[in-house]
Design a protein around this ligand. Structure first.
Ligand code: ATP
Ligand code: SF4
Ligand code: MG
Length: 332
């Protein structure tokens, strides 16, 4: 399949100089057309920072310190998102890539009806469309996400959390973007609701053909719904593989721990063991592999040399890559 978004050597810092927090380090990730990619990792591992970095929504003092983000539009030449002008960026957001933020269900404007908010998004990008046209489109979007059209006249507080979340997804789909990024859209919702909403998004993806980057702590959700999973630790992607492979045979000891931290999807529930220890201090990273102080399998080179994430297929098997001295890169 063709690539849609190629992230290369991306570094993101908060602040400058010696005090900078290195929140994202040397991230390489490709999202293909129509693909659902999951991004997992503990709190503070840099997931949101990566999402904001690639969409140019980093709050200050966040800066992309290095790298490129190449977007391949359906027609025309690829371009680097990081060098778009403010005007080009406005056109790019919503229409090519849209993002549903962490805690999005609380980001609807409480004083406006659902209809107004949906129609405003449509209007901003298609000022020529008639009001009737916008209303029809707003109805269509609600239907798409499984909400009755009479809810158009509701205010956000009249909707359940799950419905508000779905309205946000409808809004994200309003301009038929090629990529929808969802940043932990479901933390505040219960597990059943999380599964429903993610399931629905994946079903829409099948019908409409967009790609999804889905960010969560909950690896079991990703195993169920995504095609491929990237796992972050201390700002770096430490493993990337097809979901089934991660589930069956995680190669990075951190992936293994993360997988064990969530209950099994089917069959007997496993013990929730978690990963002992705490995430690294991004201002003062451990030497070598940043996971070594917590790694049950750490050995000779681990505290001295940084393991590099090879290109997929370099070593550990088809379409997989892992940054760990247990699986050194042999090719390339
Ligand atoms: P969570 O699962 O809790 O959402 P995350 O993986 O999304 O975590 P980020 O929010 O990307 O993590 O944060 C990555 C690191 O960057 C954290 O150590 C965080 O403290 C730091 N960070 C985030 N925002 C800022 C900021 N505005 N200024 C300084 N540091 C920040
Ligand atoms: Fe553990 Fe070493 Fe692999 Fe890091 S490189 S995950 S410390 S075995
Ligand atoms: Mg986050």
């Amino acid at each position: 399949t063709r690539p849609l978004l190629e992230i290369r050597n991306l570094d993101v810092d908060y602040g400058l100089g010696g005090d900078a927090v290195h929140a994202v380090r040397d991230v390489n990730l490709t999202i293909h057309r129509g693909e659902v990619v999951g991004l997992a990792g503990e709190s503070g591992s840099g997931k949101s920072t990566l999402a904001y970095g690639i969409t140019r929504l980093l709050p200050p003092p966040g800066v992309v310190a290095n790298g490129s983000v190449t977007y391949h539009p359906p027609t025309g030449d690829p371009f680097d998102v990081l060098s778009l002008s403010p005007n080009e960026l406005r056109a790019f957001r919503w229409a090519e890539t849209s993002i549903v933020f962490q805690g999005a269900m609380n980001s609807l404007n409480p004083v406006h009806k659902v209809s107004t908010q949906l129609m405003d998004v449509i209007k901003a990008h298609d000022p020529g469309m008639s009001k009737a046209g916008r209303l029809a489109r707003a109805k269509e979007l609600l239907k798409l996400v499984g909400i009755a059209e009479d809810r158009l006249e509701s205010y956000p507080h009249q909707l359940s959390g799950g419905m508000r979340q779905r309205v946000m997804i409808g809004m994200a789909l309003a301009l038929e973007p090629q990529l929808v990024i969802m940043d932990e859209p479901t933390t505040a919702l219960d597990v059943v609701m999380q599964r429903q909403i993610l399931g629905q998004l994946v079903e829409l993806r099948e019908r409409l053909g967009f790609s999804v980057l889905f960010i969560t702590h909950d690896l079991s959700l990703l195993v169920e719904f995504s095609d491929r999973i990237a796992i972050m630790y201390g700002g770096r992607i430490v493993e990337e593989a097809p979901s089934a492979d991660i589930y069956r045979e995680p190669k990075h000891p951190y992936s293994e721990g993360l997988l064990r931290s969530f209950p099994a999807l089917r069959g007997a529930r496993r013990e929730l063991s978690g990963i002992p220890g705490s995430p690294p201090d991004l201002r003062n990273m451990p030497t070598g592999c940043s996971f070594h102080p917590r790694c049950p399998k750490a050995f000779e080179p681990c505290d001295k040399k940084l393991p590099i994430l090879g290109k997929p297929d370099d070593h550990v098997g088809p379409h997989r890559s892992v940054a760990c001295w247990l699986h050194p890169v042999t090719a390339g």
